[in-house]
Design a protein around this ligand. Sequence first.
Ligand code: C5P
Length: 218
Amino acid sequence: LTPKDLSGKKLLITAGPTRETIDPVRFLSNRSTGRMGYAIAKRAKARGAEIVLISGPTELDPPEGVQLIDVKSAQEMAEAAVEYFPEVHAGIMAAAVSDYRPIEISEQKLKKSENDENLMIELTRTPDIINELNKIKGSQKLVGFAAESEALKVNARRKLLEKSLDLIIANNIADENVGFASRNNRVLILNEEFEYQVAIRDKKEIADIILDELKSFL
Ligand code: C5P
């Protein structure tokens, strides 16, 4: 039987990719499936927490009993996160948010050009959701993720500080057996006092380890 050790706690979880529209049929996105965020939502719910799950487009069934907010773009995800953040004790930011979006959304489908081999689509930065939440943060805790292809620990530590996170979960996306679209994950969980290398495990087990750590300072 799962202990209800998170009862009375409300968590905001972002999950999945975002989609940045190019034209009526095209978008920019990434390989995130949402599995890590959904696994955290499911375990936290099972442990008694109340959950607001803000999700980009995924193929997953939302865990039963969570409040699901469906969004598409980074901008929509940011707006939903800012709206719900004041109600929660912590934010767990597991979404793979697109860092850039097309400056202009074409109302018509883009046509191929007869005389130009190349097409330029100009991009601009999307809002950094963690930064937006930091601006309105009270006593809430913030957990972030870092998907890195090199210098995992150094980049994760830098992000922990730059984003004023309470905990960061770093995974090496160059590692072929784990990570995106995989059921398993191998992660480094760290903050200023704590560093924990988790061997390849089911995302459900990793979710529980992240929640154990978060609970210790909630
Ligand atoms: O800086 P980087 O994008 O690698 O940081 C990753 C962390 O920041 C993740 O927790 C991700 O959910 C979050 N993030 C965000 N808003 C963005 C980009 C990333 O909240 N626009």
